[in-house]
Design a protein around this ligand. Structure first.
Ligand code: DGJ
Length: 729
């Protein structure tokens, strides 16, 4: 077979013949990146390049195997999808037991196809097959040209006589030769999400995973940054940002192999999840998403942000509603009168919507704390004698829309739902029940439970068609993982998530425009699998302004501002200006008692909301540059630059409480047009204070601002500063 390359030159297709090698090269390319699969003469599919796209595709054939570092005893260290059990010696992507009990797999290339899939997307499909068994794996690569993002997944099927057991079934298996590897991963717990750790990878395997089932990311999310050669900086260095689009148990394995090359396998966690695949059926893995940058973490994040807004998050390029939430204002203690007063407060503040949180339901077991009522989605007649419909009307006549909190996947043992349907709950016979926040998880692998969960939302929406927002919470992990009705106990973790997505898919089909917040006791479930259905997510219950600078900083590596819900609350000691400035770097909301604000605080908040209305599109749709890291100095600084580069909104915060701490030197801007001039104006100036920047307005060139910089003058008296840059015409 001859190697042929298709070279697109100025719209012309040019076939370039290569010397006869008996090899095929499949290049999955975006504007800047290429993932190249070489098929050798034995039809083994191996990865020979993941990095910058070459200008001459015929030169992919010249790339040496395995970084040319020595002998590969298997010939497949760099397999594009490593099969276990035959000659492989390293971490597999797939491990199966065939119908006849044979525990080995071999995968050889059959054919591939590449076709446009609309919207700047090219889909490459590579078909692989076991030479001895009717067992096939198909690899899919969606290359988002303009965003430089590749979405990769696989599907598995067979026509053996009986079922095959899949022990492991990864989404992606990548291979990257470099001198050194540095992994930045994120870990934490409730109210302490997304703490970064950067570690050099040495020979052996580093695994990031979760076995928590539902609130799966409580300890760590399926998102990481991998730097090659040197630890990447914001605007320099080679880095791959990756994330698995899956809301359940995942496993990311980083293996530095005997040749010192990096092997990455990403997918569903094989833990307790052997999957029985019947003949003729297909198993499709979730997608692994990645972007590769040679210009640091900043470019990688901006690629993912753009991709998410355009291709993943519902209304990613649309609008969002500001809101007032009552959770921290009332907790479970409210009634119609209190809520009606809060609607008026919301209007006075100037938000779009009032969000009624937990505690509105349950009668036999009223939801007056987190120990009872979950699962009984009927209005509590004592708190809300006139029902939700009445509240919706009251809110609307006060001038705000109405939204509601739900946690439909969960149940308190003290509930009518549990009494009626004990077999709908995940729990083990002959074992003590374990509770997380006094609750258990419903069995979403059961179609009847899926129907129930769908019905909870559908009924609320049908009865209250103008209800404008749903906060979907998920506060428990899965203990005692067992379903009373699922014939395959080891399918539970996988089919739970599939059941959840089925419900979400149905809901999104019926309510395509409904804004929905993805919440999981804070950030226990933030991934691009769920964010296909949710317009926004709740990063953490920790809303302390200073803590949030760090939490939001770290989420921003992967998720765009428009999807990041930030609320101004009473957590933290910072002044309301600080907390508001921080919350503005995303989707702004409030969870405070408005009537307790003093006159200046109220005026400040009202004006801030008006300002936000004017600048929100720059924050939501602009390119984000992280300018100064809170981990490196006294100040954190981030700017959002409009695509047209005519406007920017720049946030800076004091993050250290030391004598003389502050922005002692100018901070260099990024992303502006060097040839244009910009006015710099301070926003969110607290009533009664003055801005020296606004007192002496000046115009600077983009060149000056990006070369010399500008000092926002952050110090202990000005702990947060928001500046607007507008093109001077
Ligand atoms: C956890 C969420 O993160 C909070 O915002 C709040 O909705 C509570 N659950 C309610 O129980």
């Amino acid at each position: 077979m001859r190697t042929l390359f298709l070279l697109i030159v100025a719209g012309l297709s040019v076939a370039v013949a290569q010397p006869q090698t008996g090899e095929v090269h499949i290049a999955v390319e975006t504007r800047k990146t290429a993932l190249v699969i070489r098929v050798d003469k034995e039809q083994n599919p191996t990865i020979v390049h993941l990095g910058q796209r070459l200008s001459r595709p015929d030169e992919y054939a010249r790339i040496p195997n395995n970084g040319k570092r020595g002998e590969d005893y298997t010939g497949i260290y760099n397999s594009a999808y490593t099969p276990a059990g035959s000659r492989n010696l390293l971490e597999p992507a797939i491990q199966v037991t065939h119908a006849d009990g044979n525990p080995s797999l071999d995968l050889r290339y059959l054919r591939h196809e590449t076709k446009p899939a609309g919207d700047g997307i090219v889909l490459t499909t590579v078909f692989l097959k076991d030479p001895q068994y009717p067992f096939e794996v198909t690899l899919y690569f969606k290359a988002y040209q303009n965003e430089d993002v590749i979405e990769q997944w696989s599907s598995i099927r067979h026509t053996e006589k009986k079922s095959v057991t899949l022990h492991k079934y990864a989404s992606a298996n990548l291979y990257i030769p470099a001198q050194h590897y540095y992994l930045t991963h994120f870990h934490g717990d409730w109210a302490n999400e997304m703490n970064p750790s950067e570690v050099p990878l040495t020979e052996g395997i580093k695994v990031l995973d979760t076995k928590l089932g539902t609130r799966a990311d409580l300890f760590q999310p399926p998102s990481f940054l991998l730097s090659m050669n040197e630890p990447a900086q914001e605007e320099q260095g080679e880095v791959l940002a990756g994330t698995l689009a899956w809301s359940g148990n995942y496993q990311l394995a980083f293996e530095v192999d005997p040749l010192h090359n990096l092997r990455l396998t990403a997918g569903i966690n094989p833990y307790a999840s052997a999957y029985t695949l019947a003949p003729g059926r297909e198993f499709t893995t979730p997608a692994f998403l990645f972007t590769y940058s040679t210009t640091g973490k900043g470019t990688a994040s901006r690629n993912l942000h753009r991709w998410a807004r355009k291709h993943r998050i519902p209304q990613g390029e649309g609008n969002r509603l500001t809101l007032l939430n009552n959770w921290e204002a009332t907790y479970f203690d409210f009634n119609e009168e209190k809520l009606t007063a809060l609607f008026k407060d919301g209007k006075r503040l100037g938000v779009d919507l009032f969000l009624l949180d937990d505690g509105w339901f349950g009668n036999k077991y009223p939801r007056n704390d987190d120990r009872a009522g979950l699962g009984d989605w009927q209005e509590n007649v004592k708190k809300l004698p006139h029902g939700l419909g009445h509240l919706v009307k009251e809110a609307e006549s006060a001038g705000v829309k109405f939204g509601i909190w739900l946690e439909p996947e969960m149940v308190n043992p003290k509930s009518e739902l549990y009494e009626k349907h004990p077999d709908w709950v995940l729990k083990l016979p002959n074992r003590q029940e374990y509770y997380f926040r006094n609750q258990l998880v419903l069995d979403l692998t059961n179609p009847k439970v899926q129907e129930f969960v769908y019905g909870v939302v559908d009924e609320v929406m049908t009865k209250n068609p103008t209800l404008s927002y749903i906060k979907w919470d998920c506060n428990a992990v899965i203990y005692n993982a067992f379903s009373a009705t699922n014939p395959n106990p080891s399918h539970l973790y996988v089919e739970y998530v599939q059941g959840l997505y089925k419900v979400m898919e149905r809901l999104r089909t019926k309510y395509p425009k409904l804004p929905m917040m993805l919440c999981s006791g804070g950030g226990g479930r933030v991934d691009y699998g769920a964010l296909k259905y949710f317009t926004e997510f709740w990063p953490s219950d920790n809303t302390d302004g200073l803590e949030r600078v760090f939490i939001q900083w770290n989420y921003s590596y992967f998720f765009p501002a428009i999807a990041t819900c930030n609320h101004v609350t009473d957590w933290g000691k910072q002044p309301i200006k600080f907390r508001t400035d921080v919350a503005m770097m995303g989707k702004l909301g409030y969870d405070i008692v408005v009537s307790k604000l003093d006159a200046n605080e109220l005026q400040f908040s009202q004006e801030a909301l008006k300002t936000y209305e004017r600048i929100k599109n720059v924050i939501w749709q602009g390119d984000q540059y992280r300018l100064a890291s809170p981990y490196a100095g006294d100040v954190a600084s981030l700017v959002y630059v409009a695509e047209a580069r005519d406007r920017a909104v720049w946030f800076s915060y004091l993050t250290k409480d030391r004598y003389k701490a502050g922005s002692v030197a100018p901070i260099r801007l990024q992303g502006l047009d060097p040839a244009r001039n910009y006015t710099v104006r301070e926003l969110n100036v607290f009533p009664g204070t003055r801005s020296a920047i606004n007192d002496k307005p000046a115009v600077y060139s983009g060149n000056y601002l990006m070369t010399i910089g500008f000092n926002p003058n952050v110090d202990s008296r000005r702990t947060s500063v928001v500046l607007e840059l507008a093109e001077a015409r």
